[in-house]
Design a binder for this molecule. Structure first.
Ligand SMILES: Nc1ncnc2c1ncn2[C@@H]1O[C@H](COP(=O)(O)OP(=O)(O)OP(=O)(O)O)[C@@H](O)[C@H]1O
Length: 588
């Protein structure tokens, strides 16, 4: 029952994607029917060739028979060409469409979706499942249809030709086909296993090579070589099993099919000798028998594929129908309400737990507001909930209680694009893409010219080191930006934020990876940038936020104090402790 349901769901998904290509599908079906029909006529042509050409001894008959035969072959060739081209085209096109829509849809889902569903699993789903669908739409489906047609047509021809022989044949078919299917399935299962093993080997290899420095620093080479050999040997032994089954399969196919043909020849030969049928009849009978047996084999082989593909389609459907729990509103413009002129951001009795940790409050009944143009620093021990505030501002998550207002409107009223346009974020971990520096900086503003990108880099004190790279701004930064130091990466992130030119800056430990000299330069660049803008700065190092308009001290999701540095030294024990630790340490 479940299978029937799965197949239905899977096929419905496929139909949605197939619908735009109705015309191509129609032509493919025509080509399919024509080729199946022609293939079936070839048997009749064969009978004609033997009886009218060969056994009757007539040269003219032979010529005519050959002409008919060649005509059929020609139609078969052209039909097969069209069928193959169209069916494969549809397979590739539909899978390309599926990949595009799944990717586009995934990018709209909230981060919490990816906490419940691991990105690497989703990635393998998209690649493996779509590849499976491609092979099914682009071949298995057409094999199933063509062979079903040939099966029905072949049996019909056989029954008309010789009822008794057909019954013998139909009794023989399972004897030949069942063992072949049995071994065929085993071979397929084992080749899947062996692919998995090879994937494991590949994963192992790429991990070791990616982290070569760690491997060598810990002198781990011998151990890794041993583990790799183990993985390779495992892949080998799975392959050997597959080869064994494949060899058995070949033996079975030859033994059983040839014996089957032998039995048919014996019965058929008896009928020819008794004059019951002509030699041409026997030849075409054999031809149809082979077609029927082949069709049974082909259909049963691809049935497994179809079922697997339906599972794959269902999983893709699941991804496509996943709903984001973060839905944007309709407000497209950032319009400060008159009464909210001064409070650009207001956190109102905010309580929040991350979806993966529903029992742990990252923020607890927290309220404060920020004035336009104000620089507010957030300080507090690790895990206090500082970065969480940024995540809520950007609506990666929604609070369970309370709300945040931006220029007087609840965040939920803004469209997600309009909302996120108001913030320029410098995250704790700078994410770089394996693209040029231009592309990495331009991430903040796709329309930015090279000049404005360079200008932003200059302001972030990054121009100098970028110019010294092999190809300057055209240098690719490598996967994860491995070619840059921590401080350099951070300056790229700051340049990005400068380029975005949003009214509110969110700096999460923006200068933490910089040496004292770079830090003062970046700070010098940040200061004029922050002028006239509202900024919310998370800092572990208090020295960087001494000039903030207000410092908010957080601990365990609460605000425990706020004020200026001097006020807090007086009023807040935790702040005083943090300050003592840092300033005394730096004084030493
Ligand atoms: N994605 C997440 N899923 C579950 N829990 C999280 C997640 N991110 C953070 N937390 C938890 O929420 C709490 C607040 O974390 P947050 O990152 O906001 O702290 P923080 O004050 O910014 O700390 P740090 O200064 O170390 O960055 C911590 O207890 C943390 O373990």
């Amino acid at each position: 029952m479940k299978n029937a349901l799965d197949v239905k769901v899977g096929l419905t998904t496929l139909l949605v994607f197939l619908r735009p290509y109705r015309r191509q599908i129609l032509f493919a079906l025509i080509a399919l029917v024509v080729t199946a029909g022609t293939m079936l006529s070839v048997g009749k042509g064969l009978q004609y060739l033997i009886d009218d050409g060969l056994t009757s001894g007539s040269q003219a008959g032979l010529n005519k028979a050959l002409l008919v035969f060649m005509g059929l072959v020609f139609v078969l060739g052209i039909g097969s060409f069209c069928r193959f081209y169209l069916v494969s085209w549809i397979g590739e096109r539909v899978v390309a469409d599926i990949r595009q829509s799944v990717f586009a849809h995934l990018l709209t889902l909230s981060p919490s979706f990816f906490e419940d569903n691991s990105p690497s699993e989703i990635q393998s789903r998209i690649t493996a499942d779509t590849t499976l669908l491609q092979s099914v739409i682009g071949s298995s489906l057409s094999i199933a249809l063509r062979n079903s047609l040939m099966l029905v047509g072949g049996i019909a021809f056989l029954l008309v030709m010789h009822f008794k022989l057909t019954l013998i044949l139909l009794a023989c078919v399972p004897v030949v086909v069942v063992p072949v299917i049995f071994f065929g399935r085993r071979v397929r299962r084992l080749s899947r296993n062996s692919q998995d093993e090879i994937a494991n080997v590949g994963q192992y290899l790429s991990q070791a090579l990616r982290h070569i420095k760690v491997v060598q620093a810990f002198s781990h080479e011998d151990h890794d070589v041993q583990r790799f050999s183990h993985a390779v040997d495992k892949a080998f032994s799975v392959s050997v099993k597959r080869i064994q089954q494949r060899s058995w399969l070949t033996l079975m196919v030859i033994l059983l099919s040839m014996s089957g043909i032998g039995v048919m020849l014996w019965f058929g030969g008896k009928s020819v000798i008794s004059g019951e049928i002509s030699p041409g009849d026997l030849a075409s009978f054999l031809f149809y028998s082979v077609i029927v047996a082949g069709a049974v084999g082909a259909v049963s082989e691809v049935m497994g594929d179809l079922q697997r593909a339906s599972g794959a389609a269902e999983r893709i459907m699941e991804l496509l129908s996943a709903k984001s729990d973060i839905v944007g509103g309709t407000l497209e413009r950032f319009e400060p309400q008159a009464e909210a002129e001064n409070n650009i951001i207001a956190f109102e009795q905010l309580s929040f737990c991350y979806p993966t940790r529903p029992d742990h409050a990252a923020l607890n009944n927290l309220s404060f507001s920020i004035k336009r143009g104000e620089m507010v620093a957030l300080v507090g021990p690790s895990g206090a909930g500082k970065s969480t505030l940024f995540e809520l501002l950007l609506r990666f998550y929604d609070p369970q209680q309370g709300q945040i207002r931006l220029a007087g409107h609840p965040l939920k009223d803004y469209s997600l694009k309009a909302l996120r346009k108001q913030f320029a974020l410098v995250p704790q971990e700078t994410v770089l893409f394996d693209q040029s520096v231009y592309e990495n900086l331009g991430y903040a503003d796709r329309a930015a010219s090279h000049e404005s990108i360079q200008q932003a880099a200059g302001q972030a004190n990054a121009h100098e080191f970028i110019s010294r790279l092999d190809k300057g701004y055209d240098t690719r930064l490598g996967e994860d930006g491995v070619r840059l130091s921590g401080g350099q990466r951070q300056r790229i992130a700051i340049a990005r934020a400068i380029l975005k030119d949003a009214p509110i800056l969110l700096l999460d430990e923006a200068t933490s990876a910089l040496d004292a000299e770079s830090e003062s330069k970046v700070q010098a660049a940040l200061d004029p940038l922050m002028k006239g803008k509202t900024s919310l700065v998370i800092a572990h190092r208090l020295a960087t936020v001494l000039n903030a308009d207000r410092i908010i001290v957080m601990d365990k999701g609460h605000i425990i104090a706020q004020g200026t540095h001097t006020q807090l030294l007086e009023s807040c024990e935790l702040y005083k402790r943090l300050a003592d630790l840092q300033f005394n340490q730096s004084a030493q």
